[in-house]
Write a protein that binds this ligand. Structure first.
Ligand code: TRP
Length: 450
């Protein structure tokens, strides 16, 4: 098989492109679909507080660690470890990441398929005048159909593959940088409408007033898993993207800005969802994976120009999901093409079709294959087990094995940048993050009891 020519590696073309692509990866259904329902099921305010704590304390340093590894090695997630520590088994982190990518994309594309149904309903004005019960039934009966959700999922996988197929600069970067700012704007509008609904205060209270009696052993792990999932860290996505970042970019400000944008969007999604939920009398922990699809149409129905806003929102939700799915697929494609020597195009076809096939079983978990529950198994295992485990190993690698000088050179661009908080970063990756992740993890899955 042909060997990959590393002198011809693609890369991001500009600073704004890097931010847009990394933020595009981070910001997605994880913020708008997953965050609200997981926060709702885990008590709201207290969950949010722990979540934000994890983003700052663990998320940003793990993200910076991934960028550091990727840009140092200029390789895919597996190849980076192989190159930096040739004779040691660190490359297993890369392989675990590939496995996580399969799981994440399989169930994520199920939800992405639902967004296409949402778009079609919005275009046909099917949500107008519906009660919360009617919307809930519409969603439940759609996902249980089988054939139609699978078709939408497959369409979505095609879109993803098509963009990845077009390469890094001309595919991923170009789409991300125009559309993400518009998404931010429309979520702000949604939030404003939601908090001005009658009875909205209770929802804000639920989201921002921590009630620690609602915290149990699994909540903390859920918050950690959600933080990892939302930031796209722990499986090599940002190692892969880091490898496309120009040597002149500032990695630490990039990590900081991307994390801040991602967290802002998740909180704004919460501000849109929870007040509306209370205003319409829907219980915060009863809708599960369908939550946003059942609540958002209610807010748009109450808004002047709601039809147009909803259409625009659906379109942007699809774009946000796409900029995330391409980043997951890219991990697998970069691995296949650089390590196995298959061409980028063939790698894309093989990766997308095998993941798509797996994804069908996730989608059918809501219909004909109910009880198989592959969707929930993948959702839970990837976010709450594989990502924290990957993150744990990544910080240990950067903190203890990559070499002090290598880490410093990469983060400071060989001494050119003055990196504030560099000492803090070192303490976190060496001590704080490994211990915190290990404790939360073992506690969450019940190995230890505190
Ligand atoms: N972060 C994305 C979201 O919030 C999903 C995602 C993309 C992801 N790449 C990832 C999650 C890598 C975990 C790991 O929608």
């Amino acid at each position: 098989m042909a060997k990959f020519d590393f002198t011809k590696r693609d890369s991001f073309g500009s600073r704004i492109g890097v931010i847009a692509a990394a933020a595009g990866s981070a910001i997605g259904l994880g913020n708008i679909w997953r965050f609200p329902y997981v926060a709702g099921e885990n008590g709201g305010g207290a969950f949010l507080l722990i979540y934000v704590g994890f983003i700052v304390l663990i998320g940003v340093p793990v993200m910076l660690s991934e960028f550091t590894i990727g840009r140092r090695a200029q390789r895919n997630a597996y190849g980076s470890f192989k190159l930096l520590k040739p004779k040691q088994p660190w490359y297993l982190i890369g392989l675990m990441g590939i496995a996580a990518a399969f799981m994440i994309l399989a169930f994520y594309s199920t939800v992405a398929g639902w967004t296409l149904e949402y778009l079609i309903n919005a275009i046909s004005n099917n949500y107008a005048g519906k009660t919360p019960e009617q919307l809930s039934n519409m969603f439940d009966s759609f996902v249980s159909l089988g054939f139609k959700p699978v078709i939408f999922q497959v369409i979505f996988m095609f879109l993803t593959a098509w963009i990845v197929y077009s390469g890094v600069r001309h595919g991923i970067e170009r789409y991300a940088k125009i559309l993400m700012p518009i998404l931010l704007l429309i979520i702000i509008v949604l939030g404003i409408r939601s908090v001005t609904l009658e009875g909205a205060g209770e929802g804000l209270n639920f989201l921002f007033n921590p009630d620690f009696s609602k915290i149990d052993t699994s909540t903390v792990l859920e918050a950690l898993g959600q933080a990892f999932f939302s930031l796209s860290i722990g499986m090599g996505t940002l190692i892969t993207y880091g490898s496309y970042i120009n040597k002149k970019e500032n990695l630490s400000t990039t990590a900081f800005e991307v994390s801040a944008a991602d967290t802002a969007i998740a909180i704004l999604a919460g501000v849109a969802i929870f007040p509306a939920m209370f205003a319409f009398g829907v219980e915060p922990n009863t809708s599960g994976e369908g939550l946003v699809f059942k609540i958002l149409p209610l807010i748009f129905n109450e808004m002047p120009g709601g039809f147009a806003f909803q259409l625009l929102f659906c379109f942007l939700l699809i774009v946000a999901a796409l900029t995330s799915t391409i980043s997951v697929l890219e991990v697998v494609v970069a691995y296949f093409s650089e390590e196995l020597g298959v061409g980028r195009k063939i790698a894309t076809v093989i990766a997308a079709s095998s993941i798509g096939f797996l994804g069908i079983f996730c989608t059918l978990s809501f219909g004909p294959l109910q009880g198989l529950d592959l969707f929930e198994i993948f959702n839970f295992t990837s976010a709450n087990i594989l990502l924290p485990l990957g993150g744990l190993l990544i910080v240990i690698f950067v903190g203890w094995f990559l070499g002090r000088q290598n880490v410093y050179d990469e983060i400071s661009n060989s001494g050119i940048l003055k990196v504030r908080l560099y000492k803090v970063f070192l303490i976190i990756v060496r001590f704080v993050a490994p211990i915190a992740i290990a404790l939360v993890f073992m506690h969450g899955i019940g190995i230890i009891r505190i």
